[in-house]
Unconditional design. Structure first.
Length: 451
């Protein structure tokens, strides 16, 4: 990177950043306390709070949110009359899935082939480190020209809405002129990207029951209604022959008119096996940014090892539906529930339970903050022009902030580019991206203060 003082400071701080990220990754901060100890999340929250205090933040607090988790808040006053910028990230992570499939332990930050591997390295503990790097660089080069608020969420991956509810109950807490959500990512490594839309989400548990108890498949199979077979039927109804999502009453033909995603590049990024077709119709961008997408993310059924020849009396699954901008997530939830109930065969008893929900989001990319970010990215990524892309994932807090603070400008950046493989095994972060984005965020804060 050029001889920009901010860039030089960030580069000098990278070894410290790696050590801090290793400390943070070591916490098994999965906000599902049936799987992981609450103490792991609480330890990560305390780590973030201590880091903010060390940087001079005042009013640092662990906020007990209504979903039983903690978010970390801190405020750093700025010069008199300065604008306020809210920096967001989350310290909770997805479960590591099959730990044996990781090349190195998921909760031990490990360097390999120029990347740092570990659960949460990119999504989104790396985002917390990015914010700290940007602030440290500004402090070393004349000071921070804006007031800064930091909020680190503790249950973003669960979609349980604790921070959204807390913010609604304390509407002044997160008020800001601009918000930087550090939880998305560049379209590819080295291409500066601001995320302009997010799909929302809804998550339902569907349970099917047919019998009072399991039955011997030789004695009763063929006439006794199999709950697992019924569940498979209803789940299959959520997909068309080409794999497109088909929820009764939910539109699935919208088009994306921005940056396009080359199909071969997508196959490479998604690591699709040779000969396996992509699902859906339209462009890749249409499918992942502009249209709904259903995924069965969990299913309870007997494992193959130890299975008995039985007709199953009950079965259940967890279904996620990504909701594109322009669609109300609450309405999509009702349509999904109605679809599951209508397509359950053989009169089987079915019930659905909503587990989580978040609205889609569309940013105003014409705002002055976006120009300030474009200018900052041009320095951090010489020769590259800022791109605007969608994001298939959900950050429910965005809509809460947009509703609470309609004048605030919301920007989404982050470290979750395709090679990061977030939510999968062997998640990693590019230290070069961490460096460049930290520089960009620091320069954005300076540009925004002067605007």
């Amino acid at each position: 990177m050029s001889s920009n003082p901010v860039a030089e400071t960030v580069a000098s701080l990278l070894p410290r950043a790696r050590a801090e990220l290793a400390e943070l990754v070591a916490f098994k901060s999965v906000a599902d306390f049936d799987q992981y100890p609450r103490s792991e999340s609480e330890g990560a929250a305390r780590w973030v709070a201590d880091a903010l205090r060390a940087e001079g933040f005042t009013d640092v607090a662990l906020l007990d949110t209504p979903d039983g988790t903690q978010s970390v808040y801190g405020h750093l006053p700025g010069p008199e009359g300065a604008r306020t910028v809210l920096l967001y990230a989350h310290y909770d992570v997805q479960p590591p899935l099959d730990e044996a499939a990781w090349a190195t332990p998921p909760f031990e930050l490990t360097e390999r082939d120029g990347r740092w591997y570990g659960r949460g390295a990119a999504d989104c503990k790396g985002g917390i480190i990015m914010h700290l790097l940007a602030l440290r660089a500004l402090k070393a080069d004349g000071g921070i020209p804006v007031a800064v608020k930091v909020i680190a969420e503790g249950s973003e991956e669960q979609g349980t809405g604790g921070l959204e509810r807390y913010a609604e109950q304390h509407p002044e807490l997160l008020a800001a002129d601009a918000v930087v959500i550090g939880d998305t990512g560049n379209f590819r490594v080295g291409l500066p990207t601001v995320t302009s839309t997010l799909r929302g989400m809804t998550m339902l548990r569907v349970e099917v029951d047919t019998l009072e108890g399991n039955l011997h498949s030789g004695q009763f199979g063929g006439a006794a209604p199999d709950a697992l077979a019924a569940l498979i039927r209803v789940l299959d109804s959520l997909r068309a022959e080409d794999g497109s999502t088909t929820v009764d009453g939910l539109g699935a033909d919208a088009a994306w008119d921005g940056l396009q995603y080359d199909e071969e590049q997508f196959r490479k990024d998604a690591k699709v096996l040779d000969g396996v077709e992509l699902t859906g119709s339209g462009t890749v961008a249409d499918r992942i940014w502009a249209r709904p997408a259903v995924t069965v993310i969990g299913i309870d059924c007997p494992p193959v090892v130890g299975a008995t020849p039985s007709v199953q009396a009950g079965a259940r699954a967890l279904v996620s539906l990504r909701v594109p901008p322009g669609v109300d997530a609450a309405e999509a939830t009702k349509l999904l529930q109605a679809h599951l109930e209508a397509h359950t065969p053989w009169g089987a008893r079915v019930r659905t339970t909503q587990i989580g929900q978040g609205q889609p989001f569309r940013a105003d990319t014409t705002s002055p903050a976006y120009q300030a970010m474009a200018d900052a990215m041009a320095v951090a990524y010489p020769g590259e022009e800022l791109q605007y892309a969608g994001q298939g994932g959900s950050i429910p807090l965005c809509n809460t902030l947009a509703a609470l603070y309609p004048q605030a400008e919301i920007l989404l950046i982050g470290l979750s580019e395709p090679e990061a493989q977030i939510h999968a095994v062997n998640e990693s972060v590019s230290p070069e991206e961490l460096e460049r984005l930290s520089v960009a965020e620091a320069l954005f804060l300076r540009n925004y203060a002067a605007g």
